[in-house]
Design a protein around this ligand. Structure first.
Ligand SMILES: [Zn+2]
Length: 172
């Protein structure tokens, strides 16, 4: 390689580093919801960015804010956000449809004083990065069946727990 050529390569490499660094810095590190839950003690009070599927529905929190559950690889977290932020979400995941994929930036609260001492995230920014869609018609009966069995099991478990509680109460 000639000296000029080497110099050009070095300049190109330097330019690449200089030019790509700010772009890299502007991209927040996306963490997994599972990591937030596992590292909640360490992340308490810090801002994180994560991505997942909006599921269920936007539940009214107070006057102008709602709760949105964001599911990522089997772990969901409750995200508290203002109404206008939640309005960007068109579809929420359910049996009949998958929810929009949202990228949330927010502050982790290990035991939120404002919301009953639970782990939550207070969103500061939300971006819809993917659209939810209707689930395939063909899969629906199976999913409905699995869902029905799930609900029946949960119902039975709740009944057993309640009966146990009552027994304990009666025994004392
Ligand atoms: Zn909170």
């Amino acid at each position: 390689m000639s000296r000029e050529c080497t110099a050009a390569v070095v300049v190109a490499a330097l330019l690449w580093v200089v030019c790509s660094a700010p772009a890299y810095a502007a991209q927040p590190v996306v963490v997994r919801v599972g990591d937030i839950v596992q590292r909640a003690v360490e992340l308490d009070g810090s801002e994180v960015t994560f991505e997942g599927e909006a599921i269920g529905e936007a539940l009214r929190a107070d006057g102008d804010s709602v709760w949105v559950n964001v599911l990522d690889e089997g772990t969901a977290i409750g995200v508290w956000m203002p109404d206008d932020m939640a309005e960007q979400i068109e579809r929420f995941g359910a049996y009949r449809q998958t929810g929009d994929t949202v990228r949330v930036t927010g502050v982790v609260n290990l035991a939120c004083d404002r919301h009953g001492g639970d782990l939550d995230v207070h969103a500061t920014a939300l971006e819809v990065t993917g659209s939810g869609e209707p689930r395939s018609e063909r899969l629906r009966p199976l999913e409905a069946l699995v869902g029905a069995i799930g609900f029946a099991c949960a119902g039975a478990a709740a009944l057993v727990a309640r009966t146990r509680e009552r027994k304990r109460f009666e025994e004392t």
